[in-house]
Structure formats: structure tokens, C-alpha cells
Design a protein around this ligand. Structure first.
Ligand code: ADP
Length: 392
């Protein structure tokens, strides 16, 4: 099967074309017993949707097809798999897209205003371009549907939660699913026996506690705002602080902007690019140093907490842009775990600046291994798409 994987964002459309063996596809919404690598035929990105290069998601798809055909010649896809960030309470598994599914994705935009609208735009554009071609929505939230109630419930009036569908959902599910599988494989542990803490630290960031290969707690909640310090989002805040700002005249739109675009590393250091933050901190910039300290401290606290959540982790795993590439951020985080007996090998950590394969960066005496696993959300999206399409 030839599958086009689309990750449609507000300013870019990332794509991959993968050839999948249908027999190797996992069951949609479940963790397959073993990952089977599909072949990547093309991998690219169309930038600046809505700005200069392309006007909208339809034009972005046209540009993508042009790029693809220049490299591969004429291509006929069997299905399109879309990353969709928020599946709310509606979707326990990945979905073949029809009008109802698309309408629900639109409705969930209120909970993920930066993500679901461009995801839906990508789906619409692909539907216009290839009418009749099966399209599958692969939700970030599905991997976390295994959270126990004590982890997903907020301590709010039960009736209010019921009425508004308030609960913790969790995100980055395809990344956590892939990284869990790869880390278990690297360590030779059967997936159903694998307990770990995984830190997905990119521009968006979340940590997940894995028990028996499944998600049992995760740091993002009802929306992708809760938890870790991110590129432009603050993560955990006292809700009273938001009430206070409201009383000071901050309306919903201004708070939305503040919480999604102006906070996190950018708010602290003036930039959300980890490379320049680490460089500036090394040159004595105190704001950059403080941003690194706040973000790595928050993550270390979550790792301690999630060690409890998963009943004792077998491994700590870093992934995504910062987790895979920033030795300094990993060092600052793991230095705080010394009392748990978790230690890095300084040379192995420094060497893992752009790992192509999963690798171990912990010291020999560390009580658990610390790994870096390059994430591949597209692999999970392609597998889930193949599984949904073949089980129709
Ligand atoms: P997104 O959540 O947008 O997918 P990514 O996973 O691509 O984000 O991560 C983006 C982050 O990774 C940025 O902060 C970027 O500075 C950081 N990053 C990328 N490459 C490096 C590197 N070589 N060293 C340090 N940080 C890096």
C-alpha cells in the first residue's frame, strides 16, 4: 500500500510517502506487538501556508504533488493518513474520515485552536484533490485512552465535568507509541512488560508514564497547554493566576495569545530556539540560563512523579527536537535525578546530538538506562491508516 502521511499545521504542511506491507499493519488504536518499518519513498515540507510561498492548504498540496512527482514520477496513493491533534471524548480509535468525523474535528477546534483547524484544512484539501480516496484521521489523543480514571479526572464537580466533557486527554500519542515500542525493542523487553518515563521535548512538550507498554499518565491535559515548559506555552500555572489576569482586564483572546504564543521559553528567554538559548546561556546570558533552568527543573519534577505513576520505570527516554538534539538540556534535567540513581555518561550524552538510531546515554552505574530515541510519528500514522483501510 502506498500511503501519504500528512501533518497539516498553520504555517507548514509536512508529508511523507510510505510503502506499507498491509500484513504488517498494527490494529488501529492499539500498540502493535512489534514495529515493522515501512519504506519511506519521500519526505518533505511545504512552508509558509497563508503567507508568501503558498496561499492555502489546497495550494500547499499542489506544491507537494509537484515536489513528489519531480522525484518519484507519477504516484497513485491507496490512502491518506492525517495527523489530527484533538479527538476529544468522541474517538477511542483512529477513524476513516467521513462528513461526521470531519464535523467533529471542526467542533473540537475550541479545545485545540492552533491545531485542529489546520488539520481539518488539510483533510478538506486532500478530499478535494483526491475525491473517493480513503482518508484516515490518526489522533494524538488515542494512545492515552488507557489512562486510569485517577489520572484523567480533574478534581472538579463531577456533574460539571460530565456536562462539558472535561477530562485530561494527553497528546503526542503517535510519538509516544512509536518511542515506547522502539525503546522496549532496544532494551529487549517485551512491550507488555515495559515501564518507562518518556519525555517528548520539542516546541510542544509532554512527558508520559508508560506501564506495560501503555500510557498511564501524561502531562498535557484537556488541551495541549498543561504540563511542561514549552517553546511558547507555559505549561502548568496556578489557575488563580488566570483569574487574576482576567480581573485585570485580560479577555479570552488575549489569554489565548499569551498562553499559546508568548510564553514558555520565548517568554522567558525571548526565543524558542533551544540552540540559541543554549549558546546564549553559555555566553553568560542570565535570561537564557534561567529559561533552561526553569524548563529542565519542570521536566525533572515530572520524571520523578512519573516514576511513581508507572510503579518504577525501567528506562528514561528522550525524544523530539530538543530531547534528541540538546545534550545540554538533557544534562541539566538528568543532573537533578542523581538522588534516584539516574546518571548520564557525559561523553555518550554529548555524542548523541543527532542520533539516527536509538542509543543509550546513561553511565554504567545508572540504576536505569537513559535512552535517546528519534521519534517517527509518521510510521504510526501510516500503520494506523493501513490498519483502518484494510479493516473496512
Ligand atoms: P515541534 O513540536 O514543532 O515538532 P520539534 O520537535 O521539531 O518541534 O523541536 C523543535 C525544537 O528543537 C526547537 O526548540 C529547536 O531549537 C530544537 N532543536 C532542533 N535541533 C536542535 C539542535 N541541534 N540542538 C538543540 N536544539 C535543537
Amino acid at each position: 500500500m502506498l500511503i501519504l502521511v500528512i501533518n497539516s499545521g498553520s504555517s507548514s504542511l509536512k508529508y511523507q510517502v510510505r510503502r506499507m506491507d498491509p500484513d504488517s499493519a498494527g490494529t488501529a488504536g492499539e500498540v502493535p506487538a512489534a514495529g515493522i518499518r515501512s519504506e519511506v519513498l519521500a519526505d518533505g515540507s511545504i512552508e509558509e501556508i497563508g503567507e508568501r510561498e503558498v496561499g492555502d492548504h489546497g495550494q500547499a498540496l499542489d506544491a507537494m504533488v509537484e515536489q513528489l512527482e519531480a522525484g518519484l514520477g507519477r504516484v497513485e496513493f491507496d490512502a491518506v493518513g492525517h495527523r489530527v491533534v484533538h479527538g476529544g471524548t468522541h474517538f477511542d480509535c483512529h477513524q476513516l474520515i467521513d462528513d461526521d468525523v470531519l464535523r467533529t474535528i471542526d467542533e473540537l477546534a475550541a479545545l485545540a485552536p492552533l491545531h485542529n483547524p489546520p488539520n481539518a484544512e488539510g483533510i478538506r484539501a486532500a478530499g478535494r484533490k483526491w475525491p473517493g480516496l480513503p482518508q484516515v484521521a490518526v489522533f494524538d489523543t488515542v494512545f492515552h485512552r488507557t489512562l486510569p480514571e485517577h489520572a484523567w479526572r480533574y478534581a472538579l464537580p463531577a456533574e460539571l465535568q460530565e456536562r462539558h466533557g472535561l477530562r485530561r486527554f494527553g497528546f503526542h500519542g503517535s510519538s509516544f507509541e512509536y518511542v515506547t515500542r522502539e525503546a522496549a525493542r532496544l532494551l529487549g523487553t517485551p512491550l507488555e512488560k515495559f515501564d518507562a518515563v518518556i519525555a517528548h521535548v520539542g516546541n510542544g512538550a509532554s512527558a508520559t508514564a508508560i506501564s506495560g507498554g501503555r500510557s498511564v499518565d501524561t502531562s498535557m491535559g484537556f488541551t495541549p497547554l498543561e504540563g511542561l515548559v514549552m517553546g511558547t506555552r507555559p505549561g502548568d500555572l496556578d489557575p488563580g493566576l488566570l483569574l487574576y489576569l482576567q480581573q485585570q482586564g485580560y479577555g479570552a483572546d488575549r489569554l489565548q495569545e499569551l498562553l499559546n504564543r508568548d510564553s514558555g521559553l520565548k517568554g522567558l528567554a525571548g526565543s524558542n530556539d533551544m540552540r540559541s538559548i543554549v549558546k546564549a546561556a553559555g555566553e553568560g546570558d542570565s535570561r537564557a540560563d534561567m529559561a533552561l533552568a526553569v524548563a529542565s527543573y519542570r521536566l525533572a519534577k515530572y520524571i520523578g512523579a512519573y516514576h511513581v505513576a508507572c510503579g518504577g520505570a525501567d528506562a528514561l527516554v528522550f525524544t523530539a527536537g530538543i530531547g534528541e538534539h540538546s545534550a545540554e538540556f538533557r544534562r541539566r534535567t538528568v543532573d537533578r535525578l542523581d538522588m534516584l540513581g539516574v546518571r548520564l555518561d557525559a561523553d555518550a550524552n554529548a555524542a548523541a546530538e543527532d542520533p539516527q538510531e536509538p542509543c543509550t546515554i546513561s553511565a554504567a552505574e545508572s540504576v536505569i538506562p537513559v535512552l535517546v530515541v528519534p521519534t517517527e510519528e509518521e510510521q504510526i500514522i501510516a500503520e494506523a491508516t493501513a490498519a483502518v483501510v484494510t479493516s473496512r
